[in-house]
Write a protein that binds this ligand. Structure first.
Ligand SMILES: Cc1cc2nc3c(=O)[nH]c(=O)nc-3n(C[C@H](O)[C@H](O)[C@H](O)COP(=O)(O)O)c2cc1C
Length: 314
């Protein structure tokens, strides 16, 4: 006998049939006048490409008749995802940006936050970049990748009685009668200085932002929000490999590059699944630098180089 009950799956299951905490994101796009920034509230906004794709991307799920979707489909491809912290009166102001059918002009007349230029266009010279929300704790400035799944073919399509007739795309562009998905390449990550410093310093739980967590629209009446609880770290137990198992993999990586034991000792805590990639990275460095034997010394140079590369955009 199961310890669970079976709950019916219905439209908007993420908020009607479940409990899923989400970020609260104010999405900025350029309005149809091509000049003013329009801001709507969103939560269905998640990492999409996180590594190995040549660029990083988010996915935004929006009602296809929303101002945000209409701007992207008709006149704009630049977006700013403004991640909102908890703050006095913020919930009300964020919910005020959500009334379906309000024009951007109506919404922005009483916009409760401040707008400023982002870092993609700090001087405000690029007419295509929307502004970012000053109160956000972080912002992703993005570009919609309309070439994916030929989503540009959806640009300029007309709503018919508030809906789009088919055909629909699978994951980018107009994806259903009611919805659109936008894969957004991240052009820049903007971070408030204290949070930037926390990441550079290796992250302390007590310096975490007080992120406004959204639990969706429920009871046909309310958007439900929560503040970020105290963060508790949990150490991943290190499972050290044996020197002989790392040697086995190292000796099969490239016959022209030899690893000494002291070099391989520095790789004992690399999880087995990442070991081939890590070893290949070392071999690539060795070949670039005309090195045929990697000792502890070369390994430290490689590690320093990796650490610098991680920090090069900081
Ligand atoms: C906190 C919050 C999160 C929301 N998340 C989404 C979402 O992820 N997708 C969506 O289509 N609508 C979402 N909505 C509803 C939109 O805000 C609403 O459709 C609004 O009209 C969009 O603004 P826009 O038309 O200016 O783009 C959310 C509303 C709130 C208050």
């Amino acid at each position: 006998m199961s310890s669970f009950k079976d709950l019916r799956i219905v439209d908007n299951f993420y908020q009607t049939s479940s409990y899923i905490p989400m970020a609260t994101v104010l999405v900025s796009t350029l309005a149809a006048d091509g000049k003013t920034t329009s801001v709507g509230s969103y939560s269905l906004c998640f990492p999409y490409y996180i590594a190995g794709k040549g660029y990083y991307a988010m996915i935004l799920e929006a009602r296809n008749s929303s101002n945000t979707a209409q701007h992207l489909l008709n006149n704009a491809s630049k977006v700013a995802l403004n991640y909102m912290p908890a703050g006095r009166g913020y919930n009300k102001k964020i919910v005020a940006q959500s009334w379906p059918g309000d024009t951007p002009q109506e919404k922005m007349k009483n916009f409760g936050f401040n707008l400023e230029n982002g870092l993609c266009d700090p001087e405000g010279k690029d007419p295509k970049r929307p502004k970012v929300v000053s109160e956000a704790y972080q912002v992703f400035e993005c570009t919609w990748m309309k070439d994916l799944e030929n989503a540009y073919e959806d640009c300029g399509r007309q709503l018919q009685d508030g809906e789009y007739p088919g055909p629909y795309r699978s994951f980018n562009g107009i994806t259903s009668q009611y919805g659109a998905h936008f894969i957004l390449r991240i052009d820049k990550v903007l971070m408030k200085p204290d949070l930037w410093q926390n990441i550079i310093d290796g992250v302390k739980g007590k310096k975490w932002p007080d992120i406004l967590i959204c639990h969706g629209y429920r009871d046909s009446k309310n958007f439900w929000f929560a503040k970020t609880p105290r963060l508790i770290p949990e150490m991943l137990p290190i499972r050290e490999a044996t020197l002989s198992s790392v040697r086995y993999a190292a000796d099969r990586t490239d016959p022209t590059v030899h690893f000494t034991d002291d070099a391989l000792m520095l790789m004992l805590n690399v999880p087995r699944i990442f070991l081939p990639t890590a070893l290949k990275g070392c071999v690539a460095w060795a070949k670039e630098n005309g090195v045929t034997e990697i000792t502890e010394r070369e390994m430290k140079i490689i590690n320093d180089k990796r650490a610098k590369e991680k920090g090069k955009t900081k």
